[in-house]
Ligand binder design. Sequence first.
Ligand SMILES: [Zn+2]
Length: 477
Amino acid sequence: MNWEAVIGVEVHLRLKTEHKLFCRDRAVFGAAPNTHICPVCIGLPGALPVLNAHAVELALQTALAFGCRINLDSTWARKSYFYPDLPKGYQITQFEKPIATDGRVIFSSSEDKGLVGIRRVHIEEDAGKLLHDKALGASAIDFNRAGTALVEIVTEPDLRTPEDVRSFLGELKQTVEYIGASDCNMEEGNLRVDANVSVRPVGSLELGNKTEIKNVNSFSGIEKALSLEIRRQLSLMKEGGLVNQKTLLWDDHRSELREMRSKEESNDYRYFPEPDLHPLVLSQGQVTAALDSLPELPRDRRYRFKKTYELKDYDADVLTQTATTADYFEDLVGINVDPKVAAKWVTGPLQALMNQHREDAQSIPVRPEIMGELIRLVERGVVSESAAKTVMVILAEDGGSPSDIIEARGLAQERDLGQLTDWVTEVLAKYPEEVSRYRDGELKILGYLVGQVMNSSGGAADPKIVRNLLIDYLNDS
Ligand SMILES: [Zn+2]
């Protein structure tokens, strides 16, 4: 019998708002504990929440980017549970009527296109953060995070493999980054993933008992956790056993799942309408404005790059990884750099430089106009590709103009025939064995000889001219 997994995912994203969801405290990461708190977010009696309009806008854009149906009337609810990081004893969320439902995410799976339905998108506030010090045997609470704005995206159980879950999350993250609704920084907990998983015989329409995996904040973590859990459920089912519904916590350090202690579990949230807030009412005009404000989304941009610039899939994928890289590429094309040449420089040397300097395409000091100048110097043969990479490093550190740097550092490509001929004859004299092997028909040894001439010239020789000179000499005598 063939089996398949049925997976649904819940993603929490921290919205990129300056302030928290219901008060004027700044939403910050890494500040001294409990320095961004007020009566509202630590739940003092009588403090009243006031909704942050920017959070609603960002949630709306997120929902629209995934093609959701927007509910013009949505409501707030209290989700009650007791936990030390939840000062009010309840979380304000959306339950019966969320802001949006019925969306979809299209992602590339290993075989072709995958499609995941989005059941709902809702806005809610985050809890504080507990910090445990095992050595001291003590715990402390930081409420800076309490009340910050989240959006939760709940999918239909449409996913079948851990790899697809990862691809789906990649597409989701990229889209949210494009619209700027969240920075999705996983180390800071700005994108957190829970997953429900069950297994069933292929072809069956019934759903098996599912388990819930919580607490995952890396893509590799969710993939590993799901693979382990699917394997565990499969071996249980194949032995005729039953999967018990339970909640599992992912331990990233040990790469293992452990069962949540029962007191950590709480399925009775006693939801009821939040009496301190009006229902959230949106106008059709607000929805239209949010839709109009959406930028071109990653999958559309990828498609356009392939069509318009005739790029390979790989190049289009890498170039559209972030909106800023895609913009950089299009800026180069805009100043008449050939798209394929621009793609090569952006995905290769520029990407390497950005990684090295921990900068993105927006902040890297080598701006497109300067990069365009340098590319033109390479095309005109003034500087070799490898020397141009050295120029890029200098540009990133000290700024300046490519031609000045080439001049000042003596990086210009040597094209003087007299000088090149000297290097070529020197190398031919030094490698008589290779010369006779070439003349005996081993033509590929030419590359080796070109390399030797390049070495003798300290990388300055124009490789095309060297190559032609070598061929002339080798075929001559
Ligand atoms: Zn506050």
